[in-house]
Design a binder for this molecule. Structure first.
Ligand code: CMP
Length: 139
């Protein structure tokens, strides 16, 4: 288990001006931010990011939404980072997410669920490479 993971605060949470509160929530949960970037993905960037979901019926709409406005991408450091982040983020559907999790606090629907969290060390690395160069990561 690695000590790095990737997160992305989605356009719904940035538009609602919740991105700083979410970053603070992550820091308070013991994560160290080792790379940080606010930017707008193109539709092609978003499609590449969500390529694993290519066959799903929500793939195009999800990619359009994810490229509809600024996101905040970050690489986070903590022991057992992937699993720890997924605990703090909560279930995909904000209504089913546990009390106090980021998606429960800031998400409004399955698509508009405020934040993405990588599901494995391997995917974390693949995902952050869409947002960062190796030299952007402050280890
Ligand atoms: P995320 O963790 O970013 O990974 C894939 C995203 O697809 C997920 O969060 C949801 O926002 C979105 N998603 C998953 N299932 C659905 C669905 N049934 N309809 C719309 N969006 C979905």
């Amino acid at each position: 288990m690695g000590n790095l993971t990737f997160t992305m605060i989605k356009p719904d949470a940035v538009a609602a001006n919740n991105h700083i509160k979410i970053l603070q929530h992550l820091v308070d949960a013991g994560f160290r931010i080792v790379a940080l970037r606010m930017w707008c993905m193109s539709l092609n960037d978003a499609k590449r990011f969500y390529e694993v979901h290519k066959q799903r019926d929500f793939y195009l709409e999800l990619s359009k939404f994810m490229s509809s406005g600024p996101i905040v991408a970050a690489v986070l450091e903590k022991e057992n980072a992937v699993a720890e982040l997924r605990k703090v983020v909560g279930a995909t559907d904000p209504e089913k997410a546990a009390e106090g999790t980021i998606r429960r606090l800031y998400g409004t629907a399955v698509r508009y669920n405020a934040i993405h969290a990588s599901d494995s060390d391997e995917n974390a690395r693949l995902e952050w490479s869409i947002h960062f160069k190796d030299s952007d990561i402050m280890l």
